[in-house]
Design a protein around this ligand. Structure first.
Ligand SMILES: Nc1ncnc2c1ncn2[C@@H]1O[C@H](COP(=O)(O)OP(=O)(O)O)[C@@H](O)[C@H]1O
Ligand SMILES: [Mg+2]
Length: 303
């Protein structure tokens, strides 16, 4: 997990953020931003750049390398700090609390505000990028795609999809987005994978989730990463979250992805509650969803 920078925000000065956002700009063109470009990118004097580099490096907000040329890049903590700064300026959040979850490609925190909110930092590109990066010393800058870009695109996409789906589909209410981060309503409850359902609740809950899949389809989207880990079950019902990879129903693979979503869900309920949820014809079920005719998994029992 990337370190939580929220506690250090108060120590940072406006000029520290000029430097960080200067490096952010430079990273659009190259992985390591040359020292010589920093005054221009950050609108600081060369002398102040040196001072700010030391402060930010000491706080783990940037990294330095000296092979070939002296270059700098943001750490994920540095990028997090930039987005937190923006959210604070917009008064979107008052403070960051405990971690709510670590996903495959995100860190999620509770946020203090007028209502319980959640802050999700996208990490797409960062983890993978590290893997790719290990074996090669220099990036061909013409092919340079920064993880900043990949993670920001994922956050923009997730925010866009949530905005389209809310409130017609049971998804977290989107509140704000900046860079690779989104703020949304905090869900109560637990992941479906950890929910203790009574046997007689299994089929009704399975139907509830599949109906939300149907409503999302009617609104134009296939989730494309449906599983027991991306559904919350709480007092007030279920919520489907984690939408950055959602595809439009016009996408060439939408049908296939919908069927995979359906079979992931039905497969999970079947394994957990074999006596309650029938073995279903998931192809036919997915077809019913696309036709807007789905009501219950029990109508798709294989004979
Ligand atoms: N709005 C939210 N409210 C409460 N917890 C959340 C919220 N969003 C995400 N989480 C928690 O963070 C975890 C990771 O979030 P998720 O959106 O699934 O990201 P990933 O793409 O990394 O799987 C979830 O499994 C969940 O426990
Ligand atoms: Mg997830």
């Amino acid at each position: 997990m990337v370190r939580n920078v929220a506690g250090e925000m108060a120590d940072l000065e406006a000029e520290d953020f000029y430097l960080l956002s200067g490096i952010e700009q430079g990273m659009r063109y190259s992985e390591w931003v040359s020292r010589g470009r920093l005054p221009e990118f950050s609108r600081l004097t060369a002398e102040d750049v040196g001072y700010r580099i030391d402060r930010c490096e000491a706080r783990g907000l940037l990294e330095r390398r000296t092979i070939q040329y002296e270059g700098y890049r943001l750490t994920p903590e540095g990028y997090d700090a930039l987005s937190l700064r923006t959210f604070a300026e917009r008064e979107a959040i008052e403070g960051v609390g405990e971690p709510l979850g670590v996903g495959k490609e995100s860190d999620v925190y509770e946020v203090r505000s007028y209502k319980p909110l959640a802050l999700k930092y996208h990490r797409e590109g960062y983890t993978n990028f590290r893997e790719v990066d290990k074996g090669r010393e220099y990036t061909a800058d013409s092919q340079h795609v920064s993880w900043l870009y990949t993670a920001r695109k994922a956050a923009e996409r997730e925010y866009e999809v949530l905005s389209e789906l809310y409130p017609g589909v049971r998804v977290p209410r989107p509140v704000d987005q900046n860079r690779h981060a989104i703020i949304m309503a905090r869900m109560d409850g637990v992941e479906l994978s950890r929910a203790r359902l009574e046997p007689e609740q299994a089929r009704p809950v399975c139907d509830l989730v599949l109906r939300e899949v149907g409503k999302a389809y009617d609104a134009g989207y296939v989730h494309a990463d449906m599983s027991q880990y991306n559904v919350f079950v709480g007092e007030e019902g279920i919520t489907v979250f984690d939408w950055p990879q959602a595809v439009s129903i016009d996408h060439a693979n939408a049908g296939e992805l919908l069927e995979r979503d359906v079979s992931n869900l039905v497969g999970y309920f079947r394994r957990k509650h074999p006596g309650e949820v029938p073995e279903a014809d998931t192809k036919a079920l997915a077809r019913a969803i696309t036709a807007g005719e789905f009501t219950s998994v029990s109508e798709f029992e294989r004979t």
